[in-house]
Ligand binder design. Sequence first.
Ligand code: ADP
Ligand code: MG
Length: 226
Amino acid sequence: MSEPLLVVRGLSKQFVSANETVPVIEKLSFTLGQGRSLALTGRSGSGKSTLLNLLCGLEVADAGSIALRDQVFEAGAAAAKHRAAAWARLRKQHIGVVFQEANLMPALTLLENVQFRAYLAGRDPAHSEDWLTRLNIGELARRYPDQVSGGQRQRAALAMVFAMEPALILADEPTGSLDRHTSDEVTGLMFELQARHGCSLILATHDAELAAGCQQHLDLGHLSGV
Ligand SMILES: Nc1ncnc2c1ncn2[C@@H]1O[C@H](COP(=O)(O)OP(=O)(O)O)[C@@H](O)[C@H]1O
Ligand SMILES: [Mg+2]
Protein backbone atom coordinates (compact mmCIF):
# COMPACT_ATOMS: atom_id res chain seq x y z
CA MET A 1 0.00 0.00 0.00
CA SER A 2 1.15 3.55 -0.72
CA GLU A 3 2.02 5.99 2.09
CA PRO A 4 -1.14 6.81 4.05
CA LEU A 5 -2.56 10.28 3.41
CA LEU A 6 -5.47 9.93 5.78
CA VAL A 7 -5.79 7.78 8.89
CA VAL A 8 -9.15 7.74 10.67
CA ARG A 9 -9.38 6.03 14.08
CA GLY A 10 -12.50 5.40 16.18
CA LEU A 11 -14.38 8.32 14.66
CA SER A 12 -17.86 8.93 16.11
CA LYS A 13 -20.45 11.62 15.48
CA GLN A 14 -23.99 11.98 16.75
CA PHE A 15 -26.55 14.72 16.32
CA VAL A 16 -28.53 15.72 19.38
CA SER A 17 -31.85 17.46 19.08
CA ALA A 18 -34.53 18.35 21.66
CA ASN A 19 -36.05 14.88 21.84
CA GLU A 20 -33.59 12.46 20.27
CA THR A 21 -29.95 11.55 19.77
CA VAL A 22 -29.03 10.25 16.32
CA PRO A 23 -25.74 8.33 16.17
CA VAL A 24 -24.52 8.80 12.59
CA ILE A 25 -20.88 7.69 12.54
CA GLU A 26 -19.89 5.04 15.10
CA LYS A 27 -16.28 4.09 15.88
CA LEU A 28 -15.22 4.28 12.25
CA SER A 29 -11.61 3.46 11.33
CA PHE A 30 -9.98 3.36 7.91
CA THR A 31 -6.81 4.38 6.09
CA LEU A 32 -6.51 5.96 2.65
CA GLY A 33 -3.21 5.86 0.81
CA GLN A 34 -1.76 8.69 -1.26
CA GLY A 35 -3.16 8.62 -4.77
CA ARG A 36 -5.88 6.09 -3.86
CA SER A 37 -9.62 6.40 -4.41
CA LEU A 38 -12.31 5.39 -1.91
CA ALA A 39 -16.02 5.02 -2.61
CA LEU A 40 -18.31 5.90 0.27
CA THR A 41 -21.65 4.19 -0.14
CA GLY A 42 -24.78 3.59 1.93
CA ARG A 43 -28.39 4.58 1.63
CA SER A 44 -29.59 8.16 1.98
CA GLY A 45 -29.18 9.24 5.61
CA SER A 46 -26.39 6.74 6.36
CA GLY A 47 -23.87 9.52 7.08
CA LYS A 48 -21.90 9.97 3.85
CA SER A 49 -22.13 13.77 3.85
CA THR A 50 -21.52 13.91 7.60
CA LEU A 51 -18.30 11.90 7.20
CA LEU A 52 -17.10 14.15 4.35
CA ASN A 53 -17.84 17.19 6.53
CA LEU A 54 -15.82 15.65 9.37
CA LEU A 55 -12.94 14.98 6.96
CA CYS A 56 -12.67 18.65 6.02
CA GLY A 57 -13.42 20.08 9.45
CA LEU A 58 -16.89 21.44 8.72
CA GLU A 59 -18.25 19.18 11.48
CA VAL A 60 -16.44 18.32 14.71
CA ALA A 61 -16.29 14.66 15.83
CA ASP A 62 -17.44 13.50 19.28
CA ALA A 63 -14.68 10.89 19.53
CA GLY A 64 -11.73 9.54 17.58
CA SER A 65 -9.00 11.10 15.49
CA ILE A 66 -8.28 12.17 11.94
CA ALA A 67 -4.67 12.34 10.75
CA LEU A 68 -4.23 14.12 7.43
CA ARG A 69 -0.86 15.07 5.98
CA ASP A 70 1.15 16.39 8.92
CA GLN A 71 -1.87 17.26 11.08
CA VAL A 72 -3.61 15.15 13.70
CA PHE A 73 -7.07 16.19 14.86
CA GLU A 74 -8.20 14.58 18.13
CA ALA A 75 -11.86 14.96 19.08
CA GLY A 76 -12.36 17.16 22.08
CA ALA A 77 -8.66 17.77 22.70
CA ALA A 78 -6.89 20.81 21.26
CA ALA A 79 -8.39 24.29 21.46
CA ALA A 80 -11.34 24.60 19.09
CA LYS A 81 -10.03 27.88 17.66
CA HIS A 82 -6.64 26.40 16.77
CA ARG A 83 -8.33 23.33 15.26
CA ALA A 84 -10.70 25.42 13.13
CA ALA A 85 -7.79 27.48 11.80
CA ALA A 86 -5.82 24.35 10.90
CA TRP A 87 -8.82 22.88 9.04
CA ALA A 88 -9.42 26.17 7.21
CA ARG A 89 -5.81 26.15 6.03
CA LEU A 90 -6.14 22.56 4.79
CA ARG A 91 -9.38 23.39 2.93
CA LYS A 92 -7.78 26.40 1.31
CA GLN A 93 -4.63 24.65 0.11
CA HIS A 94 -4.93 20.87 0.17
CA ILE A 95 -8.53 19.61 0.24
CA GLY A 96 -10.73 20.14 -2.82
CA VAL A 97 -14.46 19.72 -2.22
CA VAL A 98 -17.02 19.03 -4.97
CA PHE A 99 -20.73 19.04 -4.15
CA GLN A 100 -23.78 17.71 -5.98
CA GLU A 101 -24.44 21.14 -7.48
CA ALA A 102 -21.39 23.11 -8.56
CA ASN A 103 -21.01 26.16 -6.34
CA LEU A 104 -19.35 28.65 -8.64
CA MET A 105 -19.34 32.37 -8.04
CA PRO A 106 -22.06 33.74 -10.32
CA ALA A 107 -20.38 37.11 -10.95
CA LEU A 108 -17.17 35.49 -12.24
CA THR A 109 -16.65 33.72 -15.58
CA LEU A 110 -15.72 30.02 -15.50
CA LEU A 111 -12.09 30.99 -16.10
CA GLU A 112 -12.13 33.61 -13.32
CA ASN A 113 -13.67 31.06 -10.95
CA VAL A 114 -10.79 28.66 -11.64
CA GLN A 115 -8.17 31.42 -11.41
CA PHE A 116 -9.58 32.62 -8.11
CA ARG A 117 -9.52 29.12 -6.60
CA ALA A 118 -5.92 28.56 -7.75
CA TYR A 119 -4.91 31.96 -6.34
CA LEU A 120 -6.55 31.20 -2.97
CA ALA A 121 -4.60 27.93 -2.76
CA GLY A 122 -1.34 29.75 -3.54
CA ARG A 123 -0.96 28.11 -6.99
CA ASP A 124 -0.13 29.77 -10.28
CA PRO A 125 -3.43 30.91 -11.87
CA ALA A 126 -1.71 30.90 -15.30
CA HIS A 127 -2.65 27.22 -15.77
CA SER A 128 -6.37 27.81 -15.20
CA GLU A 129 -7.38 27.83 -18.86
CA ASP A 130 -5.51 24.53 -19.39
CA TRP A 131 -7.64 22.94 -16.70
CA LEU A 132 -10.84 24.03 -18.42
CA THR A 133 -9.46 22.63 -21.69
CA ARG A 134 -8.58 19.33 -20.02
CA LEU A 135 -12.16 19.12 -18.80
CA ASN A 136 -13.36 19.80 -22.36
CA ILE A 137 -14.88 23.23 -21.66
CA GLY A 138 -12.01 25.43 -22.81
CA GLU A 139 -14.26 27.20 -25.32
CA LEU A 140 -16.64 28.21 -22.50
CA ALA A 141 -13.93 29.89 -20.38
CA ARG A 142 -15.40 33.37 -20.74
CA ARG A 143 -19.00 32.45 -20.07
CA TYR A 144 -20.70 32.97 -16.73
CA PRO A 145 -22.03 30.00 -14.72
CA ASP A 146 -25.67 30.73 -15.66
CA GLN A 147 -24.72 30.63 -19.36
CA VAL A 148 -23.67 26.96 -19.36
CA SER A 149 -25.34 23.60 -18.59
CA GLY A 150 -25.30 21.76 -15.25
CA GLY A 151 -22.76 19.26 -16.58
CA GLN A 152 -20.52 22.07 -17.81
CA ARG A 153 -20.77 23.81 -14.43
CA GLN A 154 -19.77 20.56 -12.74
CA ARG A 155 -16.74 20.28 -15.05
CA ALA A 156 -15.80 23.85 -14.11
CA ALA A 157 -16.11 22.90 -10.41
CA LEU A 158 -13.71 20.00 -11.05
CA ALA A 159 -11.32 22.33 -12.92
CA MET A 160 -11.34 24.59 -9.84
CA VAL A 161 -10.47 21.67 -7.59
CA PHE A 162 -7.67 20.35 -9.84
CA ALA A 163 -6.23 23.87 -10.27
CA MET A 164 -5.60 24.01 -6.53
CA GLU A 165 -3.46 20.82 -6.86
CA PRO A 166 -5.07 19.22 -3.80
CA ALA A 167 -3.73 16.25 -1.88
CA LEU A 168 -7.31 15.06 -1.32
CA ILE A 169 -10.56 15.53 -3.22
CA LEU A 170 -13.85 15.04 -1.36
CA ALA A 171 -16.73 14.61 -3.80
CA ASP A 172 -20.28 14.44 -2.42
CA GLU A 173 -22.55 12.83 -5.04
CA PRO A 174 -20.85 15.10 -7.61
CA THR A 175 -22.90 13.85 -10.53
CA GLY A 176 -26.19 13.36 -8.71
CA SER A 177 -27.86 16.14 -10.68
CA LEU A 178 -26.61 15.00 -14.10
CA ASP A 179 -28.01 12.54 -16.65
CA ARG A 180 -26.24 9.17 -17.04
CA HIS A 181 -24.25 10.08 -20.13
CA THR A 182 -22.97 13.40 -18.72
CA SER A 183 -22.34 11.80 -15.35
CA ASP A 184 -20.19 9.08 -16.96
CA GLU A 185 -18.21 11.69 -18.90
CA VAL A 186 -17.59 13.91 -15.88
CA THR A 187 -16.62 11.05 -13.58
CA GLY A 188 -14.42 9.48 -16.28
CA LEU A 189 -12.47 12.75 -16.42
CA MET A 190 -12.35 12.98 -12.64
CA PHE A 191 -10.84 9.48 -12.29
CA GLU A 192 -8.40 10.07 -15.15
CA LEU A 193 -7.09 13.36 -13.74
CA GLN A 194 -7.01 12.00 -10.19
CA ALA A 195 -4.89 9.04 -11.30
CA ARG A 196 -2.61 11.23 -13.43
CA HIS A 197 -1.98 13.81 -10.73
CA GLY A 198 -1.67 11.38 -7.85
CA CYS A 199 -4.17 13.00 -5.50
CA SER A 200 -6.45 10.89 -3.30
CA LEU A 201 -10.20 10.88 -3.79
CA ILE A 202 -13.15 10.09 -1.54
CA LEU A 203 -16.36 9.83 -3.52
CA ALA A 204 -19.74 9.61 -1.79
CA THR A 205 -22.25 8.02 -4.13
CA HIS A 206 -25.31 5.79 -4.19
CA ASP A 207 -24.39 4.79 -7.75
CA ALA A 208 -22.90 1.26 -7.70
CA GLU A 209 -21.34 1.69 -11.14
CA LEU A 210 -19.52 4.84 -10.03
CA ALA A 211 -18.43 3.24 -6.77
CA ALA A 212 -16.97 0.31 -8.72
CA GLY A 213 -14.49 2.72 -10.33
CA CYS A 214 -12.81 3.29 -6.94
CA GLN A 215 -10.01 1.18 -5.48
CA GLN A 216 -11.33 1.03 -1.90
CA HIS A 217 -14.90 0.77 -0.65
CA LEU A 218 -16.61 1.77 2.59
CA ASP A 219 -20.31 1.03 3.03
CA LEU A 220 -21.67 3.21 5.84
CA GLY A 221 -25.14 1.65 5.66
CA HIS A 222 -23.59 -1.76 6.26
CA LEU A 223 -21.27 -0.58 9.03
CA SER A 224 -23.93 1.12 11.09
CA GLY A 225 -26.24 -1.85 10.68
CA VAL A 226 -29.08 0.01 8.97
N1 ADP B 1 -26.85 19.21 11.21
C1 ADP B 1 -27.59 18.14 11.50
N2 ADP B 1 -28.39 18.11 12.58
C2 ADP B 1 -29.10 17.01 12.90
N3 ADP B 1 -29.10 15.87 12.18
C3 ADP B 1 -28.35 15.84 11.08
C4 ADP B 1 -27.55 16.97 10.66
N4 ADP B 1 -26.88 16.63 9.54
C5 ADP B 1 -27.25 15.35 9.25
N5 ADP B 1 -28.12 14.88 10.17
C6 ADP B 1 -28.71 13.52 10.20
O1 ADP B 1 -27.62 12.61 10.14
C7 ADP B 1 -27.95 11.49 9.32
C8 ADP B 1 -26.93 11.36 8.21
O2 ADP B 1 -27.11 12.41 7.27
P1 ADP B 1 -26.15 12.59 6.01
O3 ADP B 1 -24.74 12.56 6.48
O4 ADP B 1 -26.60 13.80 5.28
O5 ADP B 1 -26.44 11.26 5.17
P2 ADP B 1 -26.18 10.92 3.62
O6 ADP B 1 -25.25 11.94 3.07
O7 ADP B 1 -25.61 9.53 3.62
O8 ADP B 1 -27.50 10.95 2.94
C9 ADP B 1 -29.37 11.71 8.85
O9 ADP B 1 -30.23 11.02 9.74
C10 ADP B 1 -29.55 13.20 8.98
O10 ADP B 1 -30.90 13.52 9.19
MG1 MG C 1 -25.45 13.29 1.47
